[in-house]
Design a binder for this molecule. Structure first.
Ligand code: URA
Ligand code: SF4
Length: 214
């Protein structure tokens, strides 16, 4: 199990990666989902943001962060003084995982498990190797797990400009290119919160740290 078997022979361009990922069967999530939702944004983006996995809207559209969480993220990006069109946005897992609807049409998001995150990781690692961003923004626990290991705690380390992990501390396939990292909450956590306004302000403050690091 894993995406490695589906990587293109020459993973040197985002276009080649995207095309190859369309046919990925590296874990079972492709079976129920509509399509692979690959990262999107300019190849020369200096900031890369990593979410968890596509949601219901993204699964249908084939693009990351275009549903409710995406709209909230767009607002936070703008308030932090950045522009979404300058940012490459992607996910730790490229297929939508959901619970089949009991009634109605809306499928309920299900958090990807460790095995799925690990299986999908080669796509993320290759995206980062091609993009070589200056700053990487990790949105929530699943992205942190994919990139920084199970021990990393977003709640403890959020909103700080963190260095690229040393060779000894990073997973061996982690790109060697240095970027700075900023971890923050996932925009969906704002949508689920009882105090959306405070959570939103916290997200914006963390994204400002990324903006100032450029
Ligand atoms: N949540 C994510 O993590 N990614 C998306 O693309 C949409 C919602
Ligand atoms: Fe491949 Fe990732 Fe989709 Fe699993 S979730 S099939 S590893 S692209």
């Amino acid at each position: 199990m894993g995406a490695e078997d589906y990587l293109p022979d020459d993973p040197g361009s985002l276009a080649a990666l995207r095309t190859a990922a369309e046919g990925c069967h590296g874990c079972d999530l492709y079976r129920a989902a509509t399509q692979t939702v690959f990262g999107e944004g300019p190849p020369d983006a200096r900031i890369v943001m990593i979410g968890e996995q596509p949601g219901d809207v993204e699964d249908r559209a084939g693009e990351p962060f275009v549903g409710p969480a995406g709209r909230l993220l767009d607002r936070a990006i703008t308030e932090a003084g950045l522009q979404r069109s300058d940012i490459y946005v992607t996910n730790a897992v490229k297929h939508f995982k959901f619970v089949p609807p009991e009634r109605g049409k809306r499928r309920i998001h299900k958090t990807p498990n460790r095995a799925e995150i690990v299986a999908c990781r080669p796509w993320l690692v290759q995206e980062l190797a091609v993009l070589r961003p200056s700053v990487l923004v990790v949105l929530g626990a699943s992205a942190a797990k994919a990139l920084l290991g199970a021990k990393f705690k977003v709640t403890e380390s959020r909103g700080q400009l963190l260095p690229w992990p040393d060779a000894a501390d990073r997973p061996e396939d982690f790109p060697a290119e240095p970027s700075s990292l900023v971890a923050t909450i996932h925009p969906s956590a704002v949508l689920r919160s009882d105090d959306r306004e405070a959570m939103f302000r916290g997200l914006v403050a963390d994204l400002r740290v990324a903006a100032e690091a450029l």
